[in-house]
Design a protein around this ligand. Structure first.
Ligand SMILES: [Zn+2]
Ligand SMILES: [Zn+2]
Length: 75
């Protein structure tokens, strides 16, 4: 069975796939969408179905990052 890489949209064949967080990626596609660092399957973060390294994820979406949509109150 062929699955499709969520990054490039092309089919990922058995033998070349990197399975991580329930999706199959091409080895070259499984990289951080911000710093382009290659990621290890199962050891990275994910946001909007895009893989990120944990560093970029924490910087961008972590608890200390600015999230304009989630700001009930400004003091
Ligand atoms: Zn791909
Ligand atoms: Zn990164």
């Amino acid at each position: 069975m062929v699955s499709y890489c969520p990054i490039c949209g092309k089919p990922v064949y058995f033998g070349e796939k990197k399975r991580s967080l329930g999706r199959d990626y091409h080895p070259l596609c499984l990289k951080c969408q911000l710093c382009k660092r290659q990621l290890t399957a199962g050891q990275h973060a994910e946001h909007n179905e895009q893989p990120y390294c944990t560093l970029c994820y924490m910087k961008t979406y972590g608890p200390r990052a600015n999230r304009p949509t989630v700001q009930p109150h400004r003091t």
